[in-house]
Design a protein around this ligand. Structure first.
Ligand code: ACO
Length: 372
């Protein structure tokens, strides 16, 4: 089955998608409810441990994350050595792989150790992302501030300013929406690595590699590039018609599972409207609305509608985040889902070793080089 479409790769209780009705649940709770009532760290705790945390448990988890946000200066030095033109996802992947060398507790059967690995990864990814964003433009990195919330601190480390409430609240919802999504390519990649009993830093580094691709997390970058290229609503229809005629994909549209509009895209659209009302509109938004209208006309018949990447880029763009940092923002949320699946995988681990359909030859003679 190409792309393993429709083939279950694991049993999981982390999340579920109904692609026909556009419903996504984390541990049974609808994503709309979590976005309205929860926070990213509470949602991460729900994903990792299977239930909404009681107040003391949540306080402890938030405290643990807050205390582990700093990264070793050698990781900062490593980031300083990377080329400024390099992609931030490559920098993040390298830094996360290197992170594991500082925490050599390799025994993944040690539950306590696994908890602290999960805490470190969730806590440190934003620090690495923000440090690379600043270092590559010649600014010094900014250490995390313990008095700031998770999302306030992310934006503070990026910009050196404590953000307005609307920005940190918007980011918090974006992170909830990106935290988990069943057996997607990066989660599956992580599980394959986890099944070898590799350490969690290697698991997450491999997931980051899979997330980078334009058919997965990388699509949000291309959406904003496309909207900028189109420029005005009037140019949308000819642009899309030209693309489709050339058999090119419209980025931010279509999904292996959803055959209706991705519920995360609906929430992000509402979120972007609130953000633009409070912080001034974005010219990209009018173009995006027209793309959605025209694409529904041209592609709706195939069940192709906006996915999570369609509106997230517009929001990050409005927050002043550089285009190539959109996918790292995705990664700092999705790490919660990757780790939740890693916990599950370890409970009943079996090495992934699928079969293949061999289409090559047998009994071929070895021809000496002078006779080929
Ligand atoms: N633009 C134009 N046509 C599309 C698009 C699109 N974005 N998505 C699907 N289609 C068409 C296909 O060409 C196909 O047409 P056909 O039946 O005439 O051949 C039909 O719709 C069915 O699509 P499939 O390719 O079978 O869907 P698949 O599940 O393989 O692809 C995928 C899903 C890879 C996400 C695809 O929709 C795509 O490439 N989208 C653009 C990239 C993107 O936005 N990726 C982000 C996904 S969300 C995420 O990973 C976080």
């Amino acid at each position: 089955m190409p792309g393993l479409a429709g083939v279950p790769a694991a049993r999981s209780a982390v999340s579920d998608v109904d692609g026909q009705r556009g419903v996504l649940v984390y541990r049974g709770i609808r994503i709309e409810e979590l976005c309205a009532k929860s926070s990213f760290l509470e949602t991460a705790s729900l994903l990792l441990f299977g239930r909404l945390p009681a107040k003391p448990d949540l306080d402890r988890f938030v405290e643990d994350i807050t205390r582990h946000r700093r990264v070793k200066y050698r990781i900062i030095d490593l980031l300083k050595c990377l080329p400024e033109q390099g992609h931030p996802m490559d920098a993040l992947q390298a830094a996360v792989a290197a992170l594991g060398m500082f925490y050599p507790g390799r025994n993944v059967k040690d539950i306590d150790n696994n908890y602290w690995s999960a805490v470190r990864l969730i806590a440190k990814l934003p620090t690495i992302v923000a440090a690379y964003a600043r270092l590559r433009r010649g600014d010094d990195h900014i250490s995390p501030r313990d008095d700031l919330s998770f999302c306030e601190n992310v934006l503070y480390m990026l910009s050196d300013r404590v953000p307005e409430k609307v920005l940190s609240e918007t980011l918090d919802i974006c992170l909830i929406l990106h935290a988990e999504h069943t057996m997607n390519a990066s989660t599956f990649t992580g599980l394959v690595t986890a099944s070898t009993l590799a350490d969690p830093y290697t698991v997450v580094a491999s997931s980051i590699g899979a997330l980078k691709g334009p058919l997965h997390g990388g699509a949000n970058e291309e959406v904003v590039q496309m909207l900028r290229e189109i420029g005005t609503p009037a140019r949308v229809r000819p642009y899309l018609e030209r693309k489709l005629k050339a058999n090119e994909m419209i980025m931010g549209f279509g999904h292996r599972v959803y055959k209706v509009k991705d519920p995360r895209a609906t929430i992000l659209q509402g979120l972007s409207e609130r953000l633009f009302k409070e912080c001034g509109t974005s010219p990209l938004y009018e173009v995006a609305l027209e793309v959605e209208r025209v694409a529904a006309d041209l592609l709706g018949g195939k069940g192709v509608y906006p996915n999570v990447d369609f509106y997230s880029g517009i929001i990050y763009d409005k927050m002043g985040i550089a285009i190539d940092f959109f996918t790292p923002m995705f990664a700092m949320a999705r790490v919660a889902g990757w780790l939740a699946h890693w916990f599950e995988q370890l409970q009943e681990n079996k090495l992934f070793r699928p079969d293949q359909i061999y289409e090559g030859e047998h009994n071929r003679p070895y021809v000496p080089i002078e006779k080929r």
